[in-house]
Design a protein around this ligand. Structure first.
Ligand SMILES: NC(=O)c1ccc[n+]([C@@H]2O[C@H](COP(=O)([O-])OP(=O)(O)OC[C@H]3O[C@@H](n4cnc5c(N)ncnc54)[C@H](OP(=O)(O)O)[C@@H]3O)[C@@H](O)[C@H]2O)c1
Length: 273
């Protein structure tokens, strides 16, 4: 299946690099199955050293590929699509966009009736632990299946309606930053109560992984697991309640809503660098 097809990643920035690294690590692809583009090509030397093909020629990369992954910023997307649209062949290509706030109908209005799948992965794709949400229109279910198979190699996937793509950006993609800030705060607390920073970070990170694993494995409500570690009048509940008095859950929920509303107010999509 997918390993017989070349993949172009147009926009080798943070996410593009994570996807390239993750795809290489799966062992399902030869390095030269991947072509990564960006304009400042010197920033892709690390990929070239692993035999990934790098170029600033987006059209050439599209012509050689089946999957065209587009990982540019929202305001860069329109000019990228204008640049490649004349070399897109609907029977050959699947356009795969990670670009926030750029709907399928807008991609099609520039590129015509080509299969399009929107994806919202996160940077943990680099280690095969992405949470990737995917959406496509009714007539693109075949393409959706192919793209899902590709991203199944990079972590967990979930097919959602396109109207939820912005919400998935916040929860799944921005969520990496939210979780890491939580981890940093835990580490800082750990240092204050006696651990060297590396040890504190290690304990905090493995504890977070374990907590997430408990919920993912059993699929049950986090509060059930919290109940197991909160003895009446005990140490855990006193710390937890102090955090809540200081707005712990509320701050997180408000931050998620702020990020979500920010997507609605993204700057104009075209002509901005
Ligand atoms: N970062 C994440 O965790 C994440 C997760 C999910 C989705 N997303 C979405 O993915 C997109 C990329 O995010 P990012 O954080 O990876 O941004 P980024 O680091 O700025 O990467 C974008 C890259 O695109 C390149 N680029 C711009 N115009 C180009 C063009 N015409 N041809 C080829 N390359 C071009 C830029 O490099 P040059 O300037 O050198 O060309 C830059 O390296 C955004 O739309 C974002 O919403 C990001």
């Amino acid at each position: 299946m997918t390993n017989h097809f070349r993949i172009a990643i147009l926009g080798g920035g943070n996410l593009g690099n994570s996807l390239a690294t993750g795809l290489l690590a799966t062992g399902h692809f030869q390095a030269n199955d991947l072509i990564v583009t960006r304009r400042k090509i010197q920033f892709l030397n690390h990929l070239q050293q692993q035999n990934v093909r790098i170029t600033s020629d987006n059209r050439g990369a599209v012509e050689e590929s089946r999957f065209v992954l587009m990982t540019v910023k929202p305001h860069q997307m329109e000019s990228l699509l204008q640049e490649i649209q004349s070399v897109i062949i609907p029977e050959k290509h699947i356009l795969v966009s990670s670009v926030t706030g750029f709907p399928i109908r807008r991609i099609r209005s520039i590129c015509g009736n080509v299969p399009v799948v929107r994806i919202m992965p996160n940077t943990a794709a680099a280690i095969g632990e992405s949470m990737t949400c995917l959406a496509a229109q009714e007539d693109d279910q075949g393409a959706l299946t192919e793209v899902k198979e590709l991203f199944d190699l990079l972590g967990k996937t979930l097919v959602i309606g396109e109207e939820l793509m912005e919400a998935s950006t916040v929860l799944g993609a921005c969520g990496i930053a939210f979780a890491l800030r939580f981890l940093r705060a835990m580490t800082q607390g750990g240092i204050e109560i006696g651990f060297p920073s590396e040890t504190a970070q290690f304990i905090a990170a493995q504890t977070l992984r374990g907590a997430a694993g408990l919920v993912l494995k059993e699929g049950q409500h986090p509060e059930k697991e919290i109940d197991k570690v909160t003895t009446p009048m005990g140490i855990t509940i006193s710390g937890l309640n102090e955090m809540e008095h200081n707005g712990f859950s509320s701050a997180l929920i408000k931050g998620i809503l702020t990020s979500f509303h920010k997507i609605e107010n993204l700057p104009p999509l075209a002509g901005k660098e």
